[in-house]
Design a protein around this ligand. Sequence first.
Ligand code: ITT
Length: 190
Amino acid sequence: MKITFVTGNSHKVEEATAICAPRGITIVQNDCGYPELQEDDVALVAAYGAAHAADRLGSAVIVEDTGLYIDSLRGFPGPYAAYVYDTIGNPGILALMRDIDDGVGGNDRSATFRSIVGYCEPGIEPITFEGAVTGRIAYAGVGEGGFGYDPIFEIDGVTLASMGEEKNNVSHRAKSFAKFADWLFGRGEV
Ligand code: ITT
């Protein structure tokens, strides 16, 4: 089946396609945009965005919202990951974490990516699917692949930007889209 993915980020579309195509789902990008709530919970942002886009387009849609939660920065930038990336970027995050070592007492570089897929059809309540992955913030950017925070987010010593296709097996997005695909399959739509 085909599903419309409302996003302005073509990297997300490439990754969603790599994850969903083997499951019989074709992802079609629409970059018409949607209002992003200033909310602490990315699930609320995705649900609201999906409902708004479904009403506007008059069809079933998905949106996807990502948050990055750095433990030693008390969850910063969290749902504001896009704004922070566009302002201070990876160099700014690395600078904020200059004095933070991996070690005991919670003073470490651990971080979690959360991805929420929001699905909606006109006239129904939106449904959300979450995927999360925990890793750590590297001491410097490494790797040419991926996008956004990928060069500074590592899992078992390898940054997402260095993983190539493997990112689509282990990432937050791999998990949220796999849950969404399983749900579609359960409805008999694929
Ligand atoms: P849309 O809202 O149009 O889908 P966006 O890029 O604004 O696209 P988000 O608000 O979900 O998407 O993204 C929050 C930020 O996190 C943004 O700066 C992204 O570049 C970054 N980001 C999202 N997914 C990521 C990933 O898999 N790896 C690294 N950075 C990611």
